[in-house]
Design a protein around this ligand. Sequence first.
Ligand SMILES: *Cc1c(COP(=O)(O)O)cnc(C)c1O
Length: 393
Amino acid sequence: MTDKKTLVRRTPWPQSQSRAVGTPLQPSVVYAADTPDALDDQYEGRTKGYAYAREGHPNADVLAQKIDQMEGAEGGIITSSGMGAVGACLLGLLKAGDHVVAGNQLYGRSLRMLKEDLPKYGVQTSFADPTDITSMRAALRDNTKLILVEVISNPTLRIADMTGIAAMAKECGAILVVDNTFTTPRAYLPFENGADVVLHSVTKLLAGHSDVTLGYVAAKDPAHRKAIFDCAVTFGFTGSPFDCWLAERGLYSFDLRYERAEQNAEQLAEALAGLKGVKKVLYPTRSDHPDHNRASEILQAGGANMLSFEIEGGRAQANALTQAATNIAFAPTLGDIGTTLSHPPSSSHRALSEEERASLGISEGFFRVSVGVEPIELLIEEFTAAIKASQLS
Ligand SMILES: *Cc1c(COP(=O)(O)O)cnc(C)c1O
């Protein structure tokens, strides 16, 4: 019964002899303990409980457990975004005087953190081509503490020499961090292949519906895990219950979404390659991809859900293409359940000069596609019509 004298006291949750099938959403920020002794037990790990949502809450734990299961990890930490995961990992594991070797085609904000932000705190950073182990080795220094790579680069979809990089990290005793966002555990399992830390932008394929911004990071070594966790809790990089709840809901269909999207990507790549006006199609397992041997060696099953292509012409043809592709969202993201199209020269790679873009093979006619789960016939029909329209302009 509610207390008639005040509305301030909490109304009790209804008693029920049946259990909810869906995961409950628990937005509470604070948790009440019985006694100071009970709180001691909890903080010292003798009992399990929550105290304050920034330090942990049930929806984050349920989501983390699910991604742990996919990655073969333990004790994964949910962060407020993919960049929260990158930030917690780098700030938690590094100190002034340490050196980082990073892939030179990382996600734009990760590159910025390494180039502009970390050096302000005395961390040294170098960049190298992760498809070329000689270039990676040349970047090592005596104080190299950490190596950060992505398996598939954006947007040219080059495949890093993960076997070589893992061996190199082991030899020099550096912490190998793999951003597994593009690959997901369906295409690549970092912990089975020598990585020490795995991280994700959960925002992308894992959550899968473009309505959540979250990240995940897991470390093999409990000392690394603790450093990253303390950093995330202290700097406030942890995620909200509602976002965790949505992301967990998205994961129930992850395997189905992934299988269909990967299959679609392979077929769409094949169809695009045969079209007039298409200069080049990039998909990791195609025989004309520069790293196709490595892709079939290190990627499990197929070539994932991302493909890129280049059309004849320049900005005018690119504008005509996105205008004609009315049902394909022209949006700089990836991993949505529906197909999305991005144009690196005007979005992710706009800060580069035209020459720098040209050296990466990114012209004004270059597009990246995050392939979704639509019927493949429909996708082929829509892309064919849009490319045809682009060539008339
Ligand atoms: C999107 C992305 C990030 C950043 O994730 P947010 O959730 O947007 O902060 C990091 N790495 C890769 C590879 C990404 O695609």
